[in-house]
Structures are given as structure tokens and as C-alpha cells.
Ligand binder design. Structure first.
Ligand code: FE2
Length: 424
């Protein structure tokens, strides 16, 4: 496949890209078209590497309303509701929902997802279902699974054994939820145990960490300590870390340096953080998202995750990482030029680094995975939640979406508008 006349996220225009045997063979102006190659005119639209979601829950996705809806809309009712739903899950229904969500993802140009899977179920039903789904979708989507002890690795009696069993079955990453353990001490102990387990097995770590509004929650500090102690730099992710929003500024000035030094990545989940945090506040009401621009400024890789779609915690969502990034941009007040651009990176290159994806990017030698967006720049893509005109995996088109436009019926005005800024 030869893509003609694309704009790249770094601002280069009039670029051609040649894909051969599933890899990018060449990138540059006016490439010669080898015989028999499919030529696609990008018409100057933005060609980006695919979207990546660094934090998702595929086992609960699309269960909205089962067995009932979350009336209060709170995190705690969500956890209780998930507890009611778990015994009712069947492997077949779970597989069908997960496959349906992966279809949405491909349609949105989202070709890699790190999903947590709850291991606090003696049947490990969701683990088995998602391992099956991971293989089913492998040709078109990279699914990375995290063994997530939702009810606490130490608080839930069999959780640690079940988590280990999930890893034996082939789950990729070690999860945790230290702030949900009984005490701060047990939380810290769970971080130590889980990091050692990951180090022993050569696995990555991704913990739900300090997902609260408690200014004294300290588990990310412990996570950074063990990441460094065990040589797990660049392989550990602290997810949510919403407590950092509420922490004392002096303490945070020490903490951010510690996170950067330990090479720990951070994932914020803007849609979920802005809706679930600050629920005990009256007014003023805290936003609750972690300190994204400050972490980025310190050199920490910060990604954005979708976290939930139509599940006990969140009644909305549609696998659109541009919606996620746009919310992150607003909540973090990242409206500066470079800051907006960084929000696009947070759902593409940053998340790819967090997942450790091989061959991600638009350089020769990278996998021929990309998405053609109906926008002229990454910031315009964010503004418009731009249509994914073409989604390509391994040099093959896997999804198309018609260009978005309104047909006007106004005398003397254009027949059509597409909301992109006309080129100057
Ligand atoms: Fe989560």
C-alpha cells in the first residue's frame, strides 16, 4: 500500500508512506509506486500512528444496566454493583461483549489496549474469557492483560493465589490496588509483594494507585521505591494517582522527582477521574485528576486511559481516545500550544511506550499500523474528535469512516462545511 500526500503529526506535509509486508518500507516526498501496489490519496489529511489505550477494563465494558444501573454514580456503588454482577457473568457473554468493544476500538483507530482483568473470582472466568479474546483479536488489535485484584491482593483471601494463577495462564502484567487494602501498611506490603512477583517473572507492573481524594495516600511513593530497588525502571505504571491532586504541594515537589528518578510511568483517566473524584466535596469541588503537566515537565511518561465504557462506573464512552484526550486537556487546563500537542501524544506515543509496544510509529521499519484522520493537525483532531477515514493494520485496511460534513441549505453560502480550518 502506498499512501500519497499525508500530513504527519510532526507537521511535515506532502508525505508519502509505503507499506510492504506489514511494515513501513519508506516515508518521504513523492515515492515511486511499485507495480501492483494499492495507492491511497490522503488528500493532505493527518496520518497518525494508531491510538493506544493504556488503561481499560474490558471485563466490565458494555455491561451497563446489568443487573441494575449505578443510581448514585459513585465509585463505591460501582464497586458494589460489580460485586453483584460478577457471579452472574458467563464466559460466552463476556467474550461477545469484549469482541464487540474491540470492533468499536478498531473503528476508532484504537489498535492497542492494556486491559485490567479482575482476578478476584475463584473461577477466573474473566481471565479465561479475555485470554481467549486476546488471541481472537491478535490479527487486528494488541490486547495486553493486567492481573487486577479488584478486592485487594491481601484484603481478599484468595486474591494473591488467583493472581499468580492468572499469570500462569498467560496474563501479561501484574496489577494491584494498594489504597483498597485494609490499612496503609497492608497497602505498602501489597506493593512490595506484587513488585517482587513481577521482578521474579520478568513482567511489567501496572497498579491502580492512590485512586482516592486522600491527600495522605502514599502508595505511589512506595511503588517508585520498589521499582527502583528491583531494577524495574520503565516497566512500572502508576494508574489514576488521583490523590496527587489533593496532596500537599511541598510533598509533591519531592514525589514527582522520585517518580521521574524511578522511571515510573503515570496514567490518568480523565473521563473517569473528573466524574468519580471529589464526590465527598461540596463546593469548591476538586477535579481529582493527577498532576499531568507537572509530571510531564519532570520527564515522566504520562498517558491517558479510557478506563471504563458503559459499565458499573461509567454510563458513557465509545472507544474514542480523542474524546479521552480532549477531556484530559480541559481538566488539566492544557490549552497552551505544546500542551495540547502533548495531550495527543498521551493517547498515542506515550501510551505505546507504557505498553512497551514493538515497532510503533511512522518510521521505516515500524509496523504498518496507522490511522488517517479528517484533520490537518493533532490539535485539530482533538478539537473535532476527527473522523477515522481509514484505519490500517499490517498494511491492510481494517476500517473506514465517511468524512464528516454538514450539508448547508443557505442561499449564497457553501453547500457543505466540514469544520476544519481552511488552509491559509
Ligand atoms: Fe481502572
Amino acid at each position: 500500500m502506498l499512501i500519497r500526500n499525508a500530513t504527519l503529526p510532526d507537521g511535515r506535509t506532502g508525505v508519502d508512506l509505503l507499506a510492504v509486508d506489514g511494515r513501513i518500507a519508506a516515508v518521504g516526498p513523492q515515492l515511486p509506486a511499485p507495480a501492483g501496489v494499492e495507492v491511497v490519496d490522503a488528500a493532505g489529511w493527518l496520518l497518525s500512528p494508531p491510538f493506544v489505550d493504556a488503561h481499560f477494563h474490558l471485563d466490565s465494558a458494555l455491561t451497563y444496566g446489568q443487573p441494575r444501573v449505578n443510581r448514585s454514580g459513585t465509585l463505591l456503588e460501582g464497586i458494589a454493583l460489580w460485586g453483584e454482577l460478577k457471579p452472574l457473568l458467563t464466559e460466552e457473554a463476556l467474550v461477545e461483549r469484549a469482541l464487540a468493544y474491540c470492533d468499536w476500538a478498531v473503528g476508532r483507530g484504537l489498535l492497542a489496549i492494556r486491559s485490567h482483568v479482575d482476578v478476584c473470582d475463584p473461577r477466573l472466568l474473566a481471565v479465561r474469557a479475555l485470554l481467549h479474546v486476546r488471541e481472537r483479536v491478535r490479527p487486528h488489535l494488541d490486547l495486553q492483560l493486567v492481573a487486577f485484584p479488584q478486592d485487594g491482593a491481601l484484603r481478599s483471601p484468595a486474591a494473591l493465589a488467583q493472581l499468580t494463577q492468572a499469570l500462569d495462564l498467560g496474563v501479561d502484567v501484574v496489577g494491584g490496588i494498594p489504597h483498597f487494602e485494609r490499612t496503609a501498611g497492608e497497602g505498602a506490603e501489597s506493593v512490595r509483594l506484587l513488585c517482587e512477583l513481577a521482578a521474579d517473572r520478568g513482567l511489567r507492573v501496572d497498579m491502580h494507585c492512590d485512586e482516592s481524594d486522600d491527600p495522605l495516600s502514599r502508595h505511589v511513593e512506595t511503588l517508585a521505591f520498589h521499582a527502583q530497588r528491583l531494577g524495574l525502571q520503565q516497566r512500572v505504571t502508576a494508574s489514576h494517582v488521583t490523590a496527587m491532586h489533593s496532596m500537599d504541594n511541598y510533598y509533591v515537589s519531592k514525589l514527582i522527582a522520585l517518580i521521574a528518578e524511578a522511571g515510573v510511568h503515570v496514567v490518568a483517566n480523565p473521563l473517569i477521574n473528573i466524574t468519580l473524584q471529589g464526590r465527598h466535596d461540596t463546593y469548591p469541588k476538586r477535579r481529582g485528576m493527577t498532576r499531568v503537566p507537572e509530571l510531564m515537565a519532570a520527564g515522566v511518561t504520562v498517558g491517558f486511559g479510557h478506563d471504563c465504557v458503559l459499565d458499573p462506573w461509567y454510563p458513557l464512552g465509545s472507544a474514542d481516545m480523542l474524546e479521552v484526550a480532549a477531556m484530559g486537556l480541559h481538566v488539566a487546563q492544557m490549552t497552551g500550544t505544546d500542551a495540547m500537542r502533548a495531550c495527543f501524544d498521551a493517547v498515542t506515543v506515550h501510551n505505546a511506550r507504557i505498553l512497551g509496544l514493538e515497532g510503533y510509529g511512522l518510521e521505516p521499519g515500524c509496523r504498518a499500523d496507522f490511522v488517517l484522520l479528517q484533520a490537518r493537525s493533532p490539535v485539530e483532531a482533538l478539537r473535532l474528535r476527527a473522523a477515522r477515514l481509514l484505519v490500517v493494520r499490517g498494511g491492510r485496511v481494517v476500517a473506514r469512516t465517511p468524512a464528516a460534513a454538514a450539508q448547508l441549505q443557505l442561499p449564497g453560502r457553501p453547500a457543505q462545511v466540514d469544520f476544519t480550518l481552511p488552509p491559509r
